[in-house]
Design a protein around this ligand. Structure first.
Ligand code: ZN
Length: 386
């Protein structure tokens, strides 16, 4: 049976290839039909909303800027946008016959994905755009379709980040996990603490590692992503991977001393969890992060935070004793709970890397999500604890 299924799949992919139609990820259903729709100049279009972003996306990315005239009757248009509230929020249908293409969705998100499919479906140059006739029905199987970009270790220009977002959107991803702080660079402007980005953005050895994003630039990226149905989840890593922040503000470390910035990996220099000023500082940072990013999730890192300094720090040890915590790891759980609770007051959820639950101890609040990454080192320990 398995063997027959493989042959069938092979045949299906051969037929799809032969027609020149590959859409990735594969739509739920594609029924190929005879013939093709060819669109030359003056393409006529029927839509309830001529100003929607997905219309301009279709015009530039699929119709290659061919001129369009608006039709008031659906039946007379080459391209017809129809609303069907019964379709799932991210689902869509495309029906193409030799005279007309009909795109149906229940709202903006579905229409955006229909355009992304058509970007892959269209062939030919402007003036002779062709679409193989077919009925396509699609909606995502997974609710969380995320990609991660590390702008902490390596600075990327805004134009590069937009290219990533555009490619992710072509693949119908809907979350962008933006790793914005790292030992090698603090990339997000915090108005209250300008040194963080001004100093912390330039601690890497190489010049191309230097730079940070102003809040205005970040807003621009958030808007660019949101038009493409992508929510940006910012990651502000704490208490570890903080050497860049500690270069700008040594007083946030356990001993208040200048720190070494590792060119690879991480060091013992992490935010001090014993000093109240550090917690206040980080909460103030999170206030600005939440004001910028509308995402329901804020990633707080929590990975790879060695406890060498905490074990020697008077303030950290005092905190452990005062709260009757077991050890440094328990202190990280307490610290993480303070930050997650702060986000909870703002109606946000906190995401932590699995490292935070490598041991039991102080309870995390119920707005916490654990992201499992380190199978190699810790097998499924974090998964079990989460
Ligand atoms: Zn400390």
């Amino acid at each position: 049976m398995k063997h027959r299924l493989s042959i069938l799949l092979l045949l299906v992919s051969y037929v799809t290839l032969a027609c020149g139609q590959i859409v990735f990820p594969s739509p739920n259903q594609v029924e190929m039909k005879k013939g093709k729709l060819t669109l030359r100049k003056n393409i006529s279009m029927y839509t309830a909303d001529t100003t929607a972003f997905y219309i301009s996306l279709l015009r530039s990315e699929v119709l290659r800027d061919t001129s369009v005239k608006w039709q008031s009757k659906a039946s007379a248009a080459h391209i017809c946008w129809m609303n069907d509230p019964s379709l799932p929020p991210e689902g869509y249908k495309i029906s193409i016959n030799p005279k007309q293409m009909t795109i149906t969705a229940s709202g903006e998100r579905g229409f955006i994905y229909a355009v992304q499919t058509l970007r892959q479906w269209v062939s030919g140059p402007a003036g002779k755009l062709t679409f193989a006739c077919a009925d396509i029905t699609d909606s995502p199987r997974m609710q969380w379709r995320c990609f991660l970009l590390d702008s902490g270790r390596q600075y990327q220009r805004i134009s590069t980040i937009k290219k990533y977002i555009d490619m992710a959107s072509l693949l119908k991803m809907n979350y962008f996990h933006w790793h914005l702080t790292e030992g090698l660079g603090w990339r997000i402007e915090i108005k209250r603490y300008p040194h963080l980005a001004q100093v912390g953005g330039s601690v890497g050895k190489a010049e191309e590692q230097h730079g940070f994003y102003t809040q205005e630039e970040i807003r621009e990226v958030i808007n660019y992503a949101s038009q493409r149905n992508i929510t940006i989840v910012p990651e502000i890593d704490m208490p570890g991977h903080a050497e860049a922040a500690l270069s700008a503000h040594p007083e946030l470390g356990c001993f208040g001393l200048p720190v070494e910035v590792p060119q690879q990996g991480f060091t013992q220099n992490i935010f001090c969890a014993g000093k109240d000023e550090v917690l206040t500082f980080l909460k103030n940072v999170l206030d600005e992060v939440c004001e910028l990013f509308p995402s329901p999730y804020i990633h707080l890192g929590g990975d790879e935070a060695p406890k060498g300094n905490w074990n020697k720090c008077e303030d950290c040890q005092k905190r452990i004793a005062a709260l009757n915590l077991k050890d440094g790891h328990d202190l990280q759980l307490w610290f993480s709970a303070q930050m997650a609770n702060h986000l909870k007051q703002k109606g946000r959820k906190a995401i932590f890397w699995g490292d935070v639950v490598y041991q039991d101890g102080y309870p995390l609040p119920d707005n916490t999500v654990i992201q499992w990454w380190n199978y190699r080192g810790h097998k499924d320990l974090a998964l079990r604890n989460a």
